[in-house]
Design a protein around this ligand. Sequence first.
Ligand code: 5RP
Length: 225
Amino acid sequence: MDQNELKKMAGRKAAEFVHDDMILGLGTGSTVRYMVEAVAERVKNESLHITGVATSRRTRDQAEKLGIHMKSVDEVPYIDVTIDGADEIDKNFQGIKGGGAAHTMEKIVATASNQNIWIVDESKIVDQLGRFPLPTEVIPYGSTKVFQRLADEGLHPRFRLNEDGTRVTTHSKNYVIDLHMKQIQHPHLLQDWLIRQVGIVEQGLFLDLVNKVVVGTQDGPKVLD
Ligand code: 5RP
């Protein structure tokens, strides 16, 4: 099976954790697209009452088109469960997100959720975080200064670029600076340092947030908790 089939396997398996009357956070990315499709099928076939809360415009548009009733994060009192993808996850369920530049909205929804389930293909499971460049979201004003501070700290920053060479911007019109560190030895210390830097809105380390991981493997879906 190729990577897409494993993503589909994880996404469809996670849809089984959805039940009636749930407020459900919907993450972002290609694995999430499969999960949203499967959830929409269950909503239709089993007449489930689900309220979805999206972490991006892309996901909201897809879910609405498929008939899932959607609200914004500020319109719901809490979220029962959020199901989201990830770029890397280690054996302690610490991870990196933001490959789709949606990590700030994803973290807002994740921290408003009673439970977080991640859906990944088996290539995302790592011994140590950091091979995937760690995304940060940075306000354009003064971003060169932030970039310099990150470089001085030895974090190997690079502005994320579109194919035409322009800078990628997030939903909030901020830039993404990726940190090409190769290995992150102390994720909590790095997180503490990054969130203290003026100009950085959010960063892609998701620590101590995940309760369950659904992995698409060559031997079938695996649920880790
Ligand atoms: C978006 C994310 C995605 O969840 C992450 O990039 C995984 O994406 P995919 O399922 O397409 O591999 O964090 O900001």
